[in-house]
Design a protein around this ligand. Structure first.
Ligand code: KIV
Ligand code: NA
Length: 264
């Protein structure tokens, strides 16, 4: 497959070709994911939970993400790689640019920030200085202590409308991709229709432009807990490459996520 970039992703949205993404943290798995046609890899701060064993993502540092981005890039030289900006590394524009630069120099193609309109100036500055940005709305795990737990977001009308406005603001600021996490499927569809940039969902139904899963959830080894929105693809596929292929096929066809993985 030819190299994927922000233009390819936009084209996929416009043509209705679903984007299949997975988290990755090391070279062995990123190589396997690249070989099996995964479009986008995310070096997620979910590493705070699945790699470091924490109960949330707050302990992850920019150095952690930089290190794992290098590992992922080494195994997947041709895949589009997004690096998460960790908790409190993008509180002001200057810090944001400095911290994002390290992630880009470590091999990322794009950085991801959690939040809405308040990120406007940071996203504009990053984009102006050559750093592509992915937004992240809905259940943004870095705010888990504000939410009072890992709870579905956007169920109330006012909150849903605010999220649509936030999505538009992120696009206007220059964001070129948007992750939507744990929101009602109908809201995810509304946001996907309201912006021109591709949306990637997790626990957001099958009407987004793409899907992402934490790789540990794909193989059913997330510390004894399988979230409602995920599926153990290894169980039926039998081998790791077959599981990844099945995930990509099911995302492409819209078979995954199914009704049972959705929130209403
Ligand atoms: O850190 C992560 O893995 C993420 C995805 C769940 C979107 O942000
Ligand atoms: Na994350």
């Amino acid at each position: 497959m030819s190299k994927i970039n922000v233009s390819t992703l936009r084209k996929m949205k416009n043509e209705g070709t679903k984007i299949g993404a997975l988290t990755a943290y090391d070279a062995s798995f990123s190589s396997l994911f690249e070989d099996n046609g995964v479009h986008v890899l995310l070096v997620g701060d979910s590493m705070g939970m699945v790699l470091q064993g924490g109960s949330d993502t707050l302990a992850v540092t920019n150095q952690d993400i930089a290190y794992h981005t290098k590992c992922v890039r080494a195994g997947a030289p041709n895949t589009f790689v997004i690096a998460d900006m960790p908790f409190m590394t993008y509180s002001n524009v200057a810090d944001t640019c400095k911290n994002a630069a390290l992630l880009m120099r470590s091999g990322a193609n794009m950085v991801k920030l959690e939040g809405g309109e308040w990120l406007y100036d940071s996203i504009t500055a990053l984009t102006q200085q050559g750093i592509p940005v992915c937004g992240h709305l809905g259940l943004t795990p870095q705010s888990v202590h504000v939410f009072g737990g890992f709870k579905i977001q956007g169920r109330e009308l006012e909150q849903a409308q605010k999220m649509i406005e936030d999505a538009k603001a992120l696009e206007k600021a220059g964001a070129q991709l948007l992750v939507l996490e744990c929101i009602p499927s109908a809201l995810a569809k509304q946001i996907t229709d309201a912006v021109n940039i591709p949306t990637i969902g997790i626990g957001a139904g099958n009407q987004t432009d793409g899907q992402i899963l934490v790789m540990h959830d794909l193989v059913g080894i997330s510390a004894g807990y399988i979230p409602k929105f995920s599926k153990n693809f290894l169980l039926e596929a039998g081998t790791m490459p077959a599981a990844v292929k099945k995930y990509m096929t099911d995302v492409a066809s819209g078979e995954f996520p199914a009704k049972e993985h959705e929130f209403n």
